[in-house]
Design a protein around this ligand. Structure first.
Ligand SMILES: Nc1ncnc2c1ncn2[C@@H]1O[C@H](COP(=O)(O)OP(=O)(O)OP(=O)(O)O)[C@@H](O)[C@H]1O
Ligand SMILES: Cc1cn([C@H]2C[C@H](O)[C@@H](COP(=O)(O)O)O2)c(=O)[nH]c1=O
Length: 217
């Protein structure tokens, strides 16, 4: 599918700084563009009203069997992409998204042991929509960066943090043109500078995206 917007997804294990970097990049793009281009920040799960309910059920409810968990994330994703992300991209918006299908591949496919079908379910749910750029924020698991109030999924997968880190790196290695791996163990502003550089390069690679006046930080 072609669209006038630009779609950046942030991936990585819990606490690597995805939300922090989404917010910084949004502020940077909004100010650099002088409001000339709409910028939408969103996340999975929970980017829509239905998604907020699904997020609550998945992450804060009682035990959910892994296959149901995978389908709930996929349902959130289908609705999120169909009602919010795809229309925004078609309208020319820059979409900055916290987590997407790599999280399902790594958490449900890897940590929960559900395997390759998880990716196929997500691709079916989204009619094959893939971001222009996925930024994997990479660092060794650091308990100091993780919330003290772990959600159900975090509690049940935290022992596999290093394995999941390797899972995200393996995803990035499969398609280097579509991924950027950024060292997230540095100060916030250094990580942000690398993020801006990666986004500018990806925009440059894609025809029709005016780089100016996005600039560097
Ligand atoms: N580069 C950094 N250096 C030090 N602390 C950071 C850095 N980036 C983020 N933090 C802090 O680490 C914590 C986790 O950051 P953030 O919520 O952005 O991560 P996240 O990847 O979105 O986490 P989650 O996956 O749990 O939602 C926050 O307290 C944040 O202020
Ligand atoms: C999209 C997605 C997420 N998860 C997990 C990863 C985290 O433990 C939570 C999301 O919490 P965050 O504070 O918004 O990062 O859900 C998952 O297991 N599978 C997925 O597809």
């Amino acid at each position: 599918m072609t669209y006038a917007g630009f779609w950046v997804v942030f991936e990585g294990a819990d606490g690597v700084g995805k939300t922090t970097q989404v917010d910084l990049l949004a502020a940077h793009l909004r100010s650099a563009a002088g409001g000339a281009r709409d910028v939408l920040t969103t996340r999975e799960p929970g980017g829509t009203p239905l998604g907020i309910e699904l997020r609550q059920a998945i992450m804060h409810g009682d035990h959910v069997v892994p296959r149901a968990e995978a389908l709930l994330y996929a349902a959130d994703r289908a609705h999120h992409i169909g009602t919010k992300v795809r229309p925004a991209l078609e309208a020319g918006t820059v979409v900055l998204q916290d987590r997407y299908l790599d999280s399902s591949v790594v958490y449900q496919g890897g940590a929960r042991g559900l395997g390759d079908e998880v990716e196929r379910i997500s691709l079916w749910a989204t009619e094959g929509m893939l971001p222009d750029l996925t930024i994997v924020l990479d660092m060794a698991p650091d308990p100091a960066r993780m919330s003290r109030d772990l959600d159900r999924v975090e509690r049940e997968t935290i022992a596999k943090s290093e394995e999941m880190r390797q899972g995200f790196l393996a995803r990035a290695a499969l398609d280097p043109g579509r991924y950027a791996v950024i060292d997230a163990a540095r100060p916030v502003e250094s990580v942000h500078a690398s993020v801006v550089e990666a986004v500018a390069a990806a925009m440059d690679r894609r025809d029709g995206i005016p780089l100016e006046p996005w600039g560097t930080p």
